[in-house]
Write a protein that binds this ligand. Sequence first.
Ligand code: HEC
Length: 172
Amino acid sequence: MLNTNLKHLNPATLSLLDQLRPWKVNQCRKSFPFLLLLSAPVFATSTDSRQFVEMPPEARATLRAEMLENQLALHLIISALAENRFAEAGDIVEKEMGISTMGKHRKLPQNARPGRFMPNEMHAIGRGSHVAASDFAKLANEAGPNDLPKLLAALQNVTGACIACHRGYRTR
Ligand code: HEC
């Protein structure tokens, strides 16, 4: 359940989540406990309170391509974890989402670089997701056979950032 999951997030991610205006989990839980139990991460408030972030179409296209890569990476990570291939999961995370990937759009034209158009708070969530990814990668590379729960908890810091940003911002 969402509440239990949140306990595992590191303090940095939790404070990011706290800062987000649409993050009204407690209110939602009071009104719709059963619904939330079934679909916690996809539960949305009835009006869209995400902040609109205007970007040129080129920047949106870059962001979208990156997002689809993120989604695929997450799928591959879970597959690797399920088969106890921990180091491989770590390598995927670092290569696709880790700190080493920050600034990879630097060579693109200005209007195709999404980071430039993000408000500070949104950008901070993005940077936080790279840090969480590298933390996970490090843990995964050192993990022993019984460390799956620890790795899953660390992976929640990565998925927590996806949720924090998606619940806070929209680009269209
Ligand atoms: C810093 C903000 C941010 C973070 C972090 C983030 N996203 Fe996104 N993502 C966005 C935005 C903005 C959109 C576009 C939403 C819109 O305008 O409708 C998006 C859209 C998407 C989409 C839809 C792509 C499409 O085809 O339209 C997927 C899938 C996605 N994100 C996956 C992820 C995953 C998985 C993670 C975490 C590993 C993640 N995102 C982390 C900001 C973020």
